[in-house]
Design a protein around this ligand. Structure first.
Ligand code: FAD
Length: 305
């Protein structure tokens, strides 16, 4: 008899799913970051619950990691339990509703819905994040945001309770969602209301153009975390940084992109400290020249002191 097959109803032991001292750089698009003291990548709900119970029992704070495309993770050890969502990818399609777990990448969600003739997510093509990370930051591009077609979000509070939030337009703003204003929660699943049988040549063009634009603008030349700062009201962060003469300016191997000054890129072996220092220089110069405070769009994880 084969003893290595695990059954859905088998008791999950935390020692089977929780690892220690796991390097996080590999899980970020910037390829930067220290080691997580405790780490887990649950593949199903039950594993996630075991992980959060472990954190509670051991008084560990929980850090959530999607696809690491909007994160600057400190070089120092990362306290607490870091939970990576990328294995939580189940989905279903019922009528016009596409539902999926938070770890699915946006590109995969777009491909699945496109193959089913559904329209509505294609504007997000090329944003290298997960559904959960995108909802958390209300990701968007070229006039589309993830909240446009959102119907509901199921989320879990760290006492293990599940909740449903029906979409309310008012709750989402520019790179802002209700989840940013809550005590930390895990976005677990989301439902989107899409147009059925509407996928068209135009939608395909929208999708392809997004990717082409990013390549032409040189945004994929080196690893990055996308835009470092939010655009201040009526301003464009990249233009302000550029006006301070900072294009191509570098600290260590972290460099300000010469085609889009709101991107800091990792030319080779940049550290998180390099990126952070460079971002602080941008903040200071823009404040001095324009009296405008730049606000981080990337989320900082860990100790930057
Ligand atoms: C080349 C490039 C281009 C980009 N272009 C764009 C763009 O055009 N528009 C745009 O908006 N963004 C862009 N981004 C930024 C990024 O891809 C998006 O913000 C993306 O939605 C982040 O998703 P993620 O899964 O990578 O999140 P992560 O970076 O892993 O996490 C970001 C934040 O979300 C939280 N989080 C992640 N998953 C969950 C969850 N399940 N529940 C609760 N909280 C969670 C994390 O704790 C963290 O605070 C770009 C990035 C790169 C590298």
């Amino acid at each position: 008899m084969n003893n290595n097959v695990s059954h859905e109803d088998e008791k999950i032991k935390f020692e089977d799913i929780i690892q220690t001292d796991v390097p996080l750089a590999q899980y970020t698009t910037m390829k930067i970051g220290g080691k997580a003291k405790y780490f887990c990548a649950p593949g199903r709900y039950e594993e996630f619950i075991v992980a959060i119970n472990y954190a509670k029992e051991n008084n560990l704070k929980i850090n959530l990691l999607g696809l690491g495309s909007n994160l600057l993770i400190s070089d120092k050890p990362i306290d607490g339990l870091t939970i990576r969502t990328s294995k939580l990818c189940r989905y279903s399609i019922r009528g016009n509703i596409f539902s999926c777990r938070a770890g699915m990448s946006l590109d995969r969600a777009i491909n699945i819905t496109q193959n089913d003739g559904m329209l509505g997510l294609e504007g997000l093509n090329g944003i290298p994040g997960s559904i959960g990370g995108a909802i958390y930051g209300n990701a968007g591009a070229y006039g589309y945001t993830i909240s446009d077609r959102l119907l509901y979000v199921d989320y879990i509070t760290f006492d293990g309770k599940s909740h449903r939030m029906d979409r309310n337009g008012e709750d989402f703003g520019y790179r802002d969602s209700p989840f940013k204003h809550m005590e930390k929660v895990m976005i677990f699943e989301a439902g989107f209301f899409l147009d059925k049988n509407k996928y068209s040549t135009f939608a395909k063009q929208v999708k392809d153009n997004n990717t082409k634009n990013r390549i032409t603008k040189g945004l994929l030349t080196y690893p990055s975390a996308g835009s470092i700062f939010k655009n201040p009201k009526d301003e464009i962060a990249g233009k302000l940084i550029e006006a301070c003469g900072l294009k191509n300016y570098s600290v260590g191997d972290a460099i300000i992109c010469d085609t889009h000054a709101n991107y800091i890129m990792n030319k080779n072996k940049a550290t998180s400290d390099d990126v952070y220092k460079l971002s602080q220089i941008c903040k200071e110069k823009v404040m001095q020249k324009f009296n405008i405070e730049l606000e981080y769009e990337v989320q900082l994880l860990g100790d930057f002191s």
